[in-house]
Design a protein around this ligand. Structure first.
Ligand code: BTN
Length: 332
C-alpha cells in the first residue's frame, strides 16, 4: 500500500475528531511534520471542497467533506445496458497515459478512466494540463476504431459536441466550440480534448485511440492560476456546483459520446458542431509557422475544415493540423 500523504493524514485526523477543533501544533506533532506543512494540507483540502474552519487559538475543524467522485455516483445516471468498463480514481498521473498502457495490454474498447485529480495531466503540443483535485473532471475513453484513420478527426469533434451538449443538459450555459475541439463558455475555455492514437502498420488501421477530456467544473479556492485566469472558466460556480451535477455531467458526456461513436462515420453530431462554431463570422488570423495572415472565418464544412476568406478575396478550406486559426480579438 502506498503511504498516506500529509493531506490524507490531516483529513483522517480531522475526520476522526468528529467536529472538535485540533490545533495546528497538535496535528503537526502527531504527523511529525511542520505546522507549515499542515497549513498547506488544509489549504489543499479546502481547495477540494472540504469545509475546514480555521480559528485562531483553537485550530482546525472539519465541518463538511466533499462528496467523492465515485463509480456508484456516476452510474446512477447511466443507462443500465451500457457496455463500458468504467474505473474511477481519486488521483492518477494522467488518465490518457494510464489508459494507453492498458490499451497495450489488450484492455477492451469502452474502458473509461475517470479521475478527480491528475498529477501529470497532458495537454496538446506537449503542454501540461492543469488538473487539480475537486474542481475538475478528467476522463479518457479507449476506442478501437475499425474505420479509416483518415476519419479519426471525427472522434475529437464528436467528443467536443458531446461535452457541449452535456454541459447544456446540466447547466443554463450555452456551450460553443472553438475549432477544432476546445469547448468554450462565455468566451473562455472550459474543456480541452487530447486524442492520442496508435497506428497498426500491418493492416493500416488504428490499433487504438485514447480520447482524453478535461473539464473545469468549478474555480479552485483562490481562483485559477494567474496565467490561466484571462482564458479559462468553469461550468459551475460555488452557488451552482453540486457533486450530483458533476455526476450527471459525466454520465451525460459518456452516453452522448457513445451514441455518436456508434455511428461515427455518419457524423450525427455535424450540425450541432457547425452551429456551435465560435469562429464563424469572426475576423481571424491564419497562423502557419511564423506567417500570420488576416482573414474572415465563414463556416466549418462537413469534413470539419474551416472555410476562410482572405483580404484579397481568395478563399481556403483549412484542415486541422499544422495551421491554426485564432480570433483577432478576445471572445468576451
Ligand atoms: C488541451 O486543451 O490541450 C487538451 C487537454 C486534454 C486534457 C485531458 S484530461 C484527461 C486526459 N488526460 C490527460 O493527461 N489529458 C487529457
Amino acid at each position: 500500500m502506498t503511504p498516506m500523504t500529509t493531506k490524507e493524514e490531516v483529513l483522517r485526523l480531522l475526520q476522526s475528531s468528529q467536529g472538535e477543533y485540533i490545533s495546528g501544533e497538535d496535528l503537526a506533532q502527531r504527523l511529525n511534520v511542520s505546522r507549515n506543512a499542515v497549513w498547506r494540507a488544509v489549504k489543499a483540502l479546502q481547495g477540494e471542497g472540504c469545509a475546514i474552519e480555521a480559528v485562531t487559538n483553537r485550530g482546525y475543524c472539519l465541518t463538511r467533506t466533499p462528496e467523492a467522485l465515485t463509480l456508484a455516483g456516476i452510474s446512477r445516471y447511466l443507462p443500465q445496458n451500457g457496455d463500458w468498463d468504467i474505473r474511477v480514481y481519486p488521483t492518477i498521473s494522467s488518465t490518457n497515459t494510464v489508459l494507453k498502457e492498458m490499451a497495450e495490454h489488450r484492455a477492451k474498447e469502452g474502458t473509461i478512466l475517470i479521475a478527480n485529480e491528475q498529477t501529470a495531466g497532458k495537454g496538446r503540443m506537449s503542454r501540461p494540463f492543469y488538473s487539480p483535485a475537486g474542481t475538475g473532471v478528467y476522463l479518457s475513453f479507449l476506442l478501437r476504431p475499425t474505420f479509416s484513420p483518415q476519419k479519426s478527426l471525427y472522434i475529437t469533434t464528436a467528443a467536443a459536441v458531446a461535452v457541449a451538449e452535456a454541459i447544456e443538459a446540466v447547466s443554463d450555459k450555452a456551450a460553443m466550440i472553438k475549432w477544432v475541439n476546445d469547448v468554450y463558455l462565455d468566451g473562455k475555455k472550459t474543456c480541452g480534448i487530447l486524442t492520442e492514437a496508435s497506428f497498426d502498420m500491418e493492416n493500416r488501421q488504428l490499433a487504438y485511440a485514447v480520447l482524453g477530456i478535461g473539464i473545469n467544473l468549478r474555480e479552485p479556492v483562490g481562483g485559477f492560476p494567474e496565467e490561466l485566469r484571462p482564458i479559462v472558466t468553469s461550468v459551475f460556480n460555488d452557488a451552482t456546483y453540486s457533486p450530483d451535477g458533476r455526476d450527471r455531467l459525466v454520465a451525460e458526456l459518456i452516453s452522448r459520446f457513445w451514441g455518436f461513436y456508434r455511428h461515427l462515420t455518419d457524423k450525427p453530431f455535424l450540425k450541432s458542431y457547425q452551429e456551435r462554431s465560435l469562429l464563424r463570422g469572426r475576423d481571424v488570423y491564419v497562423i502557419n509557422g511564423s506567417e500570420k495572415t488576416p482573414a474572415h472565418a465563414l463556416d466549418v464544412d462537413d469534413e470539419f475544415r474551416i472555410h476562410v476568406r482572405y483580404e484579397d478575396g481568395h478563399e481556403e478550406w483549412i484542415q486541422s493540423g499544422e495551421i491554426s486559426v485564432k480570433p483577432r480579438t478576445n471572445f468576451s
